[in-house]
Design a protein around this ligand. Structure first.
Ligand SMILES: *Cc1c(COP(=O)(O)O)cnc(C)c1O
Length: 217
């Protein structure tokens, strides 16, 4: 199966879910293979590191200006300024500290990225994101006080558990807060995520194959 075959197969499933968008997760994938995905029609990509996104996408974005880039990984506050330069959507807004920096940088750079609030849906200590119980207050604050363009929520459910319960909870939070977008579902569970109303599925392995282990400093 080529990258294009993989994408076409996922697209077949997406035909039944007209509101759903495919995000091709291209972390660790080199530009040559990303270009194959773009040529197969992918318009949205996800990266989890700012530095890697800059290295790869500064060129790719100039070649393919229609392509949108989403940040799906944890963001350190000292990278926030660079993040809004390269990303169109930041899916990992999860602290007031970050929000404060974003407000300043948006003003300075005249960039207007979209934000999804990351929810720590399984309440796992090792994961970032807002606790589901605090979601409502946090989201209101981001929109009303910080005036950030928050349009959705995202989550990564706990591994080795049935994701359905977590997806249902995410759907509930989306509806309660009247948000347009719901970013749930990865290679192993995007079919389930679509049934729970995902508007964005984040698929890496099922498009590009297994990632090689990358040792980062
Ligand atoms: C890597 C990653 C994905 C894609 O995972 P696959 O299992 O390869 O589809 C999705 N979401 C986030 C946040 C990721 O870091």
């Amino acid at each position: 199966m080529t990258i294009a075959d993989n994408i076409n197969q996922i697209r077949e499933t997406l035909k039944d879910y007209p509101k759903a968008n495919l995000i091709a997760v291209s972390k660790t994938v080199e530009n040559e293979r990303i270009t194959q995905a773009i040529k197969a029609g992918c318009k949205i990509f996800g990266e989890n590191k700012v530095q890697e996104a800059q290295d790869k996408w500064t060129v790719l974005k100039s070649q393919y200006p229609d392509v949108k880039l989403h940040l799906i990984g944890h963001l350190q506050s000292n990278k926030a300024a660079e993040a809004i330069e390269i990303f169109d959507v930041i899916q990992t807004l999860g602290s007031e500290k970050l929000a404060e920096i974003f407000v300043k940088e948006i003003e300075k750079k005249k960039k207007h990225p979209e934000f999804f609030v990351q929810i720590n849906i399984g309440e796992e200590i090792q994961k970032s994101g807002v606790n589901p119980r605090d979601a409502k207050v946090f989201i209101r604050k981001m929109i009303d006080e910080y005036k950030l363009n928050v349009t959705g929520i995202m989550a990564i459910p706990p591994v080795n558990e049935d994701p359905a319960l977590y997806f249902a909870l995410m759907r509930k939070i989306q509806i309660e807060n009247n948000l347009k977008n719901l970013s749930i579902g990865m290679s192993s569970d995007y079919q389930t995520a679509l049934e729970f109303g995902a508007t964005h599925i984040r698929v890496g392995t099922a498009i590009f194959g297994e990632r090689q282990l990358v040792i980062s400093n």
